[in-house]
Design a protein around this ligand. Sequence first.
Ligand SMILES: *[C@@H]1O[C@H](CO)[C@@H](O)[C@H](O)[C@H]1NC(C)=O
Ligand SMILES: *[C@@H]1O[C@H](CO)[C@@H](O)[C@H](O)[C@H]1NC(C)=O
Ligand SMILES: *[C@@H]1O[C@H](CO)[C@@H](O)[C@H](O)[C@H]1NC(C)=O
Length: 511
Amino acid sequence: MGIRKILLPFLGLAIFGFSVDIVSSEFSFREATVHDIRIAFKQNELTSRELVEFYIREIKRLNPVLRAVIEVNPDALYLADKADQERKAKAPVSKKSWLHGIPILVKDNIATKDKLNTTSGSYALLGSVVPRDAGVVVKLRAAGAIILGKASLSEWAHERSSKAPSGWCARSGQAVNPYVKSADPCGSSTGSAISAAANLASVTLGTETDGSILCPSSYNSVVGIKPTVGLTSRGGVVPISLRQDSVGPMCRTVSDAVYVLDAIVGFDRYDAVATRKASKYIPRGGYVQFLKADGLRGKRLGIPHEPFFSFNGSGLSQVFEPSFHALRQGGAILVDPLETPNFEAIASMLVGEQIALSAEFKLSLNAYFKDLVTSPVRSLADAIAFNKKFSRLEKLGEYGQDLFLEAEKTNGIGELEKEALQNLTRASKIGFERWMKKNKLDALVTPLSLVSPVLAVGGYPGIIVPAGYVNVGIPIGICFAGLKGSEPTLIEIAYSFEQATKFREPPSFKH
Ligand SMILES: *[C@@H]1O[C@H](CO)[C@@H](O)[C@H](O)[C@H]1NC(C)=O
Ligand SMILES: *[C@@H]1O[C@H](CO)[C@@H](O)[C@H](O)[C@H]1NC(C)=O
Ligand SMILES: *[C@@H]1O[C@H](CO)[C@@H](O)[C@H](O)[C@H]1NC(C)=O
């Protein structure tokens, strides 16, 4: 993988007498990592233009089937040329510019102030003008990344209709899992996951409120990081809940995801309270230092048979046995059985999540609409009316808009919502936090994205890493989750696991 070189050392030495880079080489675009690209740039074996041209070609070729990309940036080649010139001129490429000249697709609910639309997949927002780049996009551009385009998603991050399938939005239709076309691609960051998996971009960005990075990453064999809430700015992101929303990378490797994470974390004045509060978690020197091959050594990992791996009927324990083996081989201490909390009590409290989200969604979405420069819709009520008016375009007959209607009925954070929110806080305290502390765990290990509600309501981070394929070749991921700010530890574990296993394979496009 990466750069294949046909070294001609003797020839080089014979002609020039020193090691000028006349190596004949061939850059391998497919599965190229950020590291590969940076080396190839440095050795003048690759330009950003070539990279962007490759991805645009692949999008043209594969997107009619995969429907993972909504829009390609008309300025992408211009930006690539600019990056190439900057590198040639040796313009200051700072340490923070890991992503210089590297094309990224961002989920369509992340605002970009350029020729691209930001629509959350809905025609209701087509033609809206955002006031500015999203906070994470400002940071991506500062790191030198090229915004290649917008990735598709479950429309409105799956907060319009509970009936709509994952990965469907009106603007680009049904996204398709590139491994097994009939399989669930999961959502809501569906296009981001598929694009990373199918090499339609170097790296991608997704968002999560509850499982929206972790689940599609699992189903499309990519690495997804759902950061601690507030570590990455939600400014300029079409919201669901500021209490739960988080923006994170979705990439082919842990190191790619970490390069992106490094670029996007930190304070943003358009999400000031949360990003200031979470900035204490950002380690000096960033996250790249935690890419350690021996990162598993001595880590205490909780692998709860109950309730996560206990579906013996589905064979989940057996499916993950090679993963457990790799964790043990890497020197981790696998803890199970765990002293477990009262799941029934916690489950009854988690019921409040949808109650809270519904009210928060209306409040935060209306605030987002208000901030737009121009927009066809200015409120949730407008968006509901839009869907009725353009019911064929928005498939209202098939999917309805139950979640929109439910949210519209709410009236701020009242008594019921307060009780729900208290429940969620308490569930986190007596559930996940107690679990982690009592068992002295570095991370909790769970299959797929089954733990996402726990992470969602508490604002905790999780990293999903490819862990194999089941049935006819449907990818499965393993999730490493931890307490707030535990990204350094989770990265050590995830990277070390990935290096030991290398489960990821490019898509096979089976039916
Ligand atoms: C953005 O949407 C407009 C329609 O409102 C369309 O004409 C334009 O091509 C879109 N931009 C991109 C980059 O696709
Ligand atoms: C699941 O299967 C394993 C062996 O594969 C067995 O040891 C364990 O008791 C089973 N658990 C349940 C809950 O059936
Ligand atoms: C809060 O949790 C209790 C159980 O502890 C449950 O009975 C109640 O319905 C929950 N309230 C809300 C609003 O979710």
